[in-house]
Every structure is written in C-alpha cells, then in structure tokens.
Ligand binder design. Structure first.
Ligand code: FE2
Length: 203
C-alpha cells in the first residue's frame, strides 16, 4: 500500500539572525550552569549530550527560566526569522550556549548537526519534526512530529541519525535554550547541516 503524507510545514523558513551578547548572560542570570556544562563536557564523550541536558534541567527551574526568558525577550530580535542570542561562549571553546526566540510561524531549516546538542524549551511550545535520511535520493523525509512545551528537553549526538526541524506554530512567542559542542566563532557554520527534503513519504 502506498500512501502520501505532505509536510505540514511551518510556512516560511528564513536564515536565522545571530546576536552576540558581550558578557555571559548565562553566568549573570543562571548561576552555576556554565560550570555544570563544562564538567559534562569533560566527562565521557558518549554521555556529554545527556549530561548537558541534565544540567539544563537541573539549573532551569520555573523561576530561573522565567527570569532568563524576560531577559531574552528584551534583546533586539528579527521579525523575519527566529533570532539566536549567544548567552555564553566557553573560553576553551568546548561549547556555546544560545537562546532562540521564535515568534509565530518561524522555523529552522531541516537539518542534522555536525556536533552534539541539547536544548530545553523555556517558554511557549515548539513543534519538532523528525526526519530520516534516504540515501537513495539523498533527501530527508518526515516521519514524526512532536510538541515540545515549556520544560521539555531534548539532546542528541551529531550525525545523520538525528535530523529535525523546530518551529513555532502558535501565536505566543517561544524561547528555548540550546547548547552546542563547538566554539562560538563557528556557531553559524559548524552546527547545522541543512538538508534537502523529500516532500512525500511512501509507506
Ligand atoms: Fe537542531
């Protein structure tokens, strides 16, 4: 049996803006988190994304999250795309912490990661679409969509086994915090591997 599933995509995908905060907003607003992430990075390599995710979950209780969200929403932002704010750049270049602001109908491209990542939703609700890579046509196809509400967190290693897209399909502005295993100077070039998408799924 052959069925056809069309992507229910967030309508517009544009290149994200990136802003850099001069000091570590993370150290100012979330005590101890950058040190916890650093310690996770120094541990067993296979466990790094999971331990970073644990560090996010431990440090970002409701009150701390609300305060950080307030600070992030006060920063300049794009109306044309989701906006990334670098909250913390590890001096040794092991990781970078970024806050993402997602206004209604803003979404990332479909991408894999060159590096490990962990994220947590702080405000609103994101939709995470999961894709599989079809080597025969070198395109990704959609196989699952999941709602990620405030308080939920996700992590993964780099590579083609973790292909996704995040987007905000709701009116309320969403905010999420992401950690990537790379230095801040390469955050725009060495995190997301954008992929072609197959618009129909055969089952
Ligand atoms: Fe991603």
């Amino acid at each position: 049996m052959q069925t056809s599933t069309h992507l229910q995509a967030v309508p517009v995908v544009r290149t994200a803006d990136l802003t850099e905060v001069s000091e570590s907003m993370l150290d100012r607003d979330v005590a101890g988190l950058s040190e916890s992430i650093k310690q996770a990075c120094l541990g067993e390599a296979d466990l790094v994304p999971y331990r970073v995710r644990q560090a996010l979950n431990h440090a970002l209780d409701a009150k701390t999250s609300a305060h950080l969200v307030e600070q992030v929403l006060a920063l300049p932002h794009s109306t044309q795309s989701y906006t990334r704010h670098i909250l913390h750049a590890d001096p040794a270049g092991m990781f970078t912490v970024v806050a993402l602001r997602w206004d209604a109908n803003q979404a990332s491209p479909v991408h894999a990661h060159y590096t490990w990542c962990a994220y947590r939703v702080l405000r609103g609700e994101l939709t995470e679409s999961h894709f599989e890579w079809d080597r025969s046509v070198e395109q990704a196809y959609l196989f699952n969509r999941v709602a990620r509400s405030a308080g939920q967190s996700v992590c993964g290693h780099g590579g083609m086994d973790f292909i996704h897209r995040l987007g905000n399909e709701h009116a309320q502005t969403a905010v999420s915090i992401h950690v990537y295993g790379i230095d801040s100077a390469r955050i725009s070039s060495h995190v997301n591997r954008k992929l072609a998408v197959k618009l129909e799924v055969q089952a």
